[in-house]
Design a protein. Structure first.
Length: 232
């Protein structure tokens, strides 16, 4: 079966205590956007998200928003350091296949799930700007998936149906601080919280370029974060 897109993830071996992730040799066609490459990146995220617990799942949501917005992403993130050096790292390969007139998904599941998702979203952030929005739209859809890594996942990603409700996340003060963009250890006052909340809501609103399909959830999360910090 012809391989029409491939993502190679380089990640720390299970027996090594350090946590690192990098991108290997990949083939991610994106024309016309999001292309088969964008579909594969989203499928990798969808394949592993159901395996994550609430805390890393919520952190992954935040990372997706940061990368799409072009925000600086300090390392390590989600306890994994993203790097270019691949020496000594294990290898996982994920492929999108052409199966007759249909598509098939081949997910390499021998490695831990989190670095696979991290590599996929970092790969999306490295795509040309003209394709990035469409690919991240698919990735956010993939973050709602709760099924297996199969044909149903591909069908879900390619459909135009409304997104299902977000899976439950553990919302606490650390989550709220991170969502609103405050650094670790910072204790923002009321005016800072309200100012950051208004700024991010404005950015998320469709009238100012926010994605229509996800703006509601984004604004709901921001409101929850504001409430947590102002109640503290």
């Amino acid at each position: 079966m012809p391989v029409i897109a491939e993502l190679e993830v380089r990640h720390t071996r299970a027996v090594v205590p350090t946590r690192r992730v990098a991108l290997g040799d990949s083939d991610l066609p994106i024309s016309p956007a999001p292309g088969y490459g964008g579909l594969l990146l989203a499928a990798v995220v969808g394949a592993v998200v159901p395996l994550l617990s609430d805390e890393p799942g919520a952190e992954l949501d935040r990372l997706i928003w940061d990368l799409e917005a072009g925000n600086r992403v300090p390392q390590p993130r989600l306890r994994f350091r993203f790097q270019t050096d691949v020496v000594g790292l294990d290898r996982s390969r994920h492929r999108l296949l052409k199966v007759g007139r249909s598509l098939g998904l081949e997910i390499d599941d021998h490695g831990a799930p989190l670095p696979q998702a991290l590599a996929a979203v970092y790969a999306a952030a490295g795509l040309p700007v003209t394709a990035r929005a469409g690919v991240f739209r698919l990735i956010r859809r993939a973050s709602r998936w709760e099924g297996g890594a199969d044909d149903a996942l591909l069908a879900f990603l390619r459909s135009s149906q409304a997104l299902p409700s977000r899976r439950g996340r553990h919302h606490d003060e650390n989550w709220a601080l991170e969502l609103l963009g405050f650094i670790d250890g910072m204790e923002p006052d009321r005016s800072q919280v309200l100012g950051r909340f208004r700024e991010l809501v404005r950015q998320a609103h469709p009238d100012h370029g926010g994605e229509v399909l996800v703006a509601g959830d984004r604004i709901t999360d921001l409101a929850a974060a504001k409430q947590i910090l102002l109640a503290g």
